[in-house]
Design a protein around this ligand. Structure first.
Ligand code: ADP
Ligand code: MG
Length: 296
């Protein structure tokens, strides 16, 4: 559904709507300007300030991102120059035909892979040229990732799965158990904390995966087709949960090929032939919505 307004149009008219600019430091720039002194207005210094603030406010800033896979000597270009900015607390759906590069892009956003060319600034840090161990640190502290297949460890209970990222963060067992159980409660699964994945439904498994993604309080929650393995009713419940997570101030980016799912979000970015085809704000009203009982 092509509802809404082009994000680039909004940006051109009122950039502060999507990237709110705060101006507490403006006087500092004026003071730092030897020609004009503290009171006089120097647009050049404002411009520098606005650029730096815009970069700071953007959680994701992609410039000309390219990714090719190599099959022998043959190059398969998948992403062919993606430019995209996502600000703090945005709620974005990435859409596009199968094979258009959505997962490739999500893996780059989630620091699971690096681009062949281009720049990726995540929360002010250039992650596009980082080595593997630096990327692993960024993944642990900045990113929660939810997968279509849930990717839970079958031998661990729900709370142990949720607590896994806390082991890498160096938390002790008592703290891990307490925090994991509190997070499971938030996603409506307090009574399933000792169950193993094979004792959980698809929707419950995805809630565990979402709790695991949130446990380190990441600055970015990414989900690649999170409802792809779920029936319609369960998909609505999971999207309701993502909406609540977004309402609490989180930045959420998800991939879906279903319009009904994308319409839960606030902005739809469509990828085709390796570039951004369109970038629209949604009407912000989900097409289907059922009330859920969980407490996040
Ligand atoms: P989508 O998620 O939009 O369906 P993908 O990002 O998974 O698309 O894949 C985009 C293209 O890149 C497809 O043609 C796919 O076959 C190819 N591709 C994905 N991963 C690899 C890989 N590791 N090696 C080679 N080709 C790949
Ligand atoms: Mg995919």
């Amino acid at each position: 559904m092509q509802c809404g307004v082009k994000v680039s149009e909004i940006r051109n008219q009122k950039p502060q709507k999507l990237l709110p600019l705060r101006h507490p430091a403006r006087s500092r720039h004026d003071e730092a300007c030897p020609q004009t002194g503290p009171k006089a207005h120097n647009p050049k210094y404002d411009r520098i300030f606005e650029i730096s603030t815009t970069v700071m406010e953007a959680v994701i800033s992609l410039t000309d991102i390219r990714k090719s896979y190599f099959l022998g000597k043959q190059e398969l270009p998948v992403l062919k120059g993606i430019d995209l900015k996502i600000a703090r607390n945005e709620y974005v759906a990435l859409m596009g035909p199968s094979g258009s590069g959505k997962s490739t892009l999500m893996n780059i956003l989630g620091c699971l892979d690096t681009p062949t060319k281009g720049q990726y600034i995540l929360n002010g840090k250039d992650v596009s040229r980082m080595e593997d161990d630096e990327l692993a640190d960024v993944r642990n502290t900045e990113i929660g990732f939810v997968f279509q297949q849930f990717n839970l460890l079958p031998r661990l209970t729900a709370w142990e799965n949720v607590a896994l990222p806390l082991i890498y963060a160096g938390a002790g067992k008592a703290e891990r158990e307490e925090r994991a159980k509190a997070m499971l409660e938030k996603v409506g699964l307090a009574d399933r904390s000792h169950h193993k994945p094979n004792e959980l439904s698809g929707g419950q498994s995805q809630r565990v995966a979402i709790a695991r993604a949130l446990i380190n309080n990441p600055s970015l929650l990414l989900a690649d087709e999170p409802t792809g393995n779920l029936d319609t009713k369960t998909s609505v419940e999971i999207m309701d949960l993502f909406s609540k997570i977004h309402d609490q101030g989180n930045t959420v980016v998800l991939v879906t090929h279903e319009e009904d799912i994308a319409n839960f979000t606030r902005r739809i970015v469509r990828i085709r032939d390796g570039v951004v085809e369109s970038d629209l704000l949604t009407s912000q009203q989900p097409a289907i919505k059922e009330k859920s009982s969980h407490g996040i």
